[in-house]
Design a protein around this ligand. Structure first.
Ligand code: NAD
Length: 524
């Protein structure tokens, strides 16, 4: 029988899940020394945040197959050491979704009915009924930014309040939106139409400062803004300024740019409700986390694949060496598709041609998906969970193989589609380095690295000059240029290697040239 150590206090229901499958040692007060000296006895360990699973502990863990964190953050686990030693690390990111969604609803109600401020008033001995005129949620438009685990739970709850829900999440497919029964909209529309706006996206370079003064000024004068996601998505200084100018506008925050929140002018405003990053703190979330990870431990110890693996299992060394250069190629292909589409992909066909057809390709596909999905999601997508995450997000994946690769040893061809476009990219290796050899049927010869751009244009005299001149005026230097066309005067593609980045503004002004159909900046 396998042996599992429970090193922190977890909910009994989690222990119940495991008790018939493994011998359990429940030692929630285990000291670091005791852990170091006894860890070699265990096949699995479950921790919360108290126990530190350090490099030293992992070095002694001769039999350990799985480290489970009954919760979300894994700062107390040395992920790299676990990966290097082939030990899986799992967590329970979905355990808090309902809890956080309920908190968002709580903040919404607290603001729409002025509950927090009315409470403070009554407790101070006043009875100011007329001061606390509220707003019903029924019939109001709720704008949800980010339709992942938590966003979807908020939508469900808002519907039962008879709210009209609109969603901005450029990464979900229309099919997924249909299944969830929501209307997808663009960011501008959401900002201007929402009576209540709630944020459920990860903090990424793209979402940092997503809601700043210009967006706040465009919102309805009575709008309610909720952030239970991450501090920094709303610019707090701007929020204070706008809320001070607009007393009917309100905000409910659980997360802040700097935590704990200290000396913030937001605390002086009546139209704000603040909670100290507690949106995920309920007994039920802790119970669910314990149950989820206990199931994961049970699955792993009986040889099955878990759902929430945070690191990658180590491939056998021979296969790894053979596939190693192709990992880089699949990563570049994933990154390119992510940046070309910049939103949802509905279908992805991957064809492995030539020698690759005879090698195990599953991990290559997983690497490609990892690169494609990671920038848009909160929890890390890795080689283990990549296919499951792609499926959850409605991407239809097909993989095929063919022994024919023309003049090359191997080719990886990816074809990605959504309702607006289809993009086909072929890549191979040149001296073990990724090389892109065709884009949408145009032959190219491009090392995918650094700052680049793909420009689709009409093959008319002077167009290349116009593009060069325009980039020159923006002080963007062209290091390398390749052009490809199928027929004279028809559609053509230009691949540029640049010394400076093309900003979205420059890409947009390039698109105003009638001969240019598309200009896509790439950072590879
Ligand atoms: P998730 O990964 O399941 O969903 C995130 C969604 O955001 C995805 O659907 C993604 O497509 C979308 N998205 C990504 N970038 C976007 C963009 N630029 N614009 C619009 N949509 C975008 O994440 P989740 O588990 O639902 O978590 C959502 C947020 O809540 C995260 O920031 C997470 O850290 C936070 N969170 C906070 C607490 C708390 O205690 N307050 C607890 C748990 C999670």
């Amino acid at each position: 029988m396998t042996k599992v150590l429970i090193a922190d206090k977890i909910n009994e229901k989690g222990i119940d899940v495991l008790k018939d499958a493994s011998e359990i040692v429940n030692n929630p007060k285990i000291t670091p020394e005791e852990l170091l000296n006894t860890i070699d006895q265990y096949d699995g360990i479950i921790v919360r945040s108290r126990t530190k699973v350090t490099k030293e502990v992992i070095a002694n863990a001769k039999n350990l197959k799985i480290i489970a964190r009954a919760g979300v953050g894994v700062d107390n686990i040395d992920l790299k050491a676990a990966t290097d030693n082939g030990i899986m690390v799992v967590n329970a990111p979905e355990s808090t979704s309902i809890t956080v969604a309920e908190h968002a609803m709580g903040l919404m109600l607290s603001l729409s009915r002025k509950i927090a401020i009315a409470d403070a008033s009554v407790k101070s001995g006043k009875w100011d009924k007329s001061k606390f005129m509220g707003m019903e949620l029924k019939g109001k438009t709720l704008g949800v930014i980010g339709m992942g685990r938590i966003g979807s739970q908020v939508v469900k709850r808002a519907k039962s309040f008879e709210m009209n829900v609109i969603v901005y999440d450029p990464y979900i497919t229309e099919d997924t939106a249909k299944k969830l029964g929501v209307t997808i909209t663009d960011f501008e529309t959401l900002i201007t139409k929402a009576d209540v706006m709630t944020i459920h996206v990860p903090l990424t370079p793209e979402t940092k400062g997503l809601i700043s003064e210009p967006q706040l000024r465009q919102m309805k004068k009575h709008a309610i803004i909720i952030n239970c996601a991450r501090g920094g998505i709303i610019n707090e200084e701007d929020l204070y300024k706008v809320l001070k100018d607009e007393p009917d506008m309100k905000a409910g925050l659980d997360v802040y740019q700097d935590e704990p929140l200290e000396n913030s002018p937001l605390t002086t405003l009546d139209n704000v409700v603040l909670t100290p990053h507690i949106a995920a703190s309920t007994k039920e979330a802790q119970r669910d986390a314990a149950i989820i990870v206990a199931k994961e431990v049970k699955q792993v110890l009986s040889g099955e694949t878990p759902n929430n693996v945070l690191n990658m299992p180590v491939l056998d060394i021979e296969t790894f060496q053979e596939l190693k250069p192709y990992f880089k190629l699949t990563e570049k292909l994933g990154l390119m598709l992510m940046q070309i589409f910049n939103k949802n992909i509905q279908k992805l066909n991957i064809t492995y041609q030539g020698e690759l057809a005879n090698l195990p390709k599953d991990s290559l596909t997983r690497h490609l998906l990892k690169e494609l999905l990671n920038p848009m999601l909160t929890e890390p997508v890795n080689a283990v969970n990549a296919k499951a995450v792609a499926e959850q997000r409605g991407i239809i994946l097909t993989e095929s193989e063919s022994s024919f690769a023309g003049n090359y040893d191997s080719i990886i061809k990816v074809e990605a589609t959504n309702n607006k476009r289809t993009v086909e990219i072929e890549g191979t290796l040149q001296n073990d380095k990724p090389l892109i050899i065709s884009i949408n049927g145009y032959s190219v010869n491009m090392l995918p690295c650094g700052t680049m751009a793909i420009i689709k244009y009409k093959d008319l005299p002077g167009t290349i000059g116009i593009i060069g001149k325009m980039l020159g005026e923006e002080e963007i230097n062209i290091g390398e240029m390749q052009v490809g066309r199928k027929e004279e005067g028809g559609e053509a593609v230009m691949i540029l290697k640049l010394d400076q980045k093309i900003t979205d503004e420059v890409a947009n002004s390039l698109k105003t040239i009638p001969e240019i159909e598309e200009a896509i900046p790439l950072k590879l």
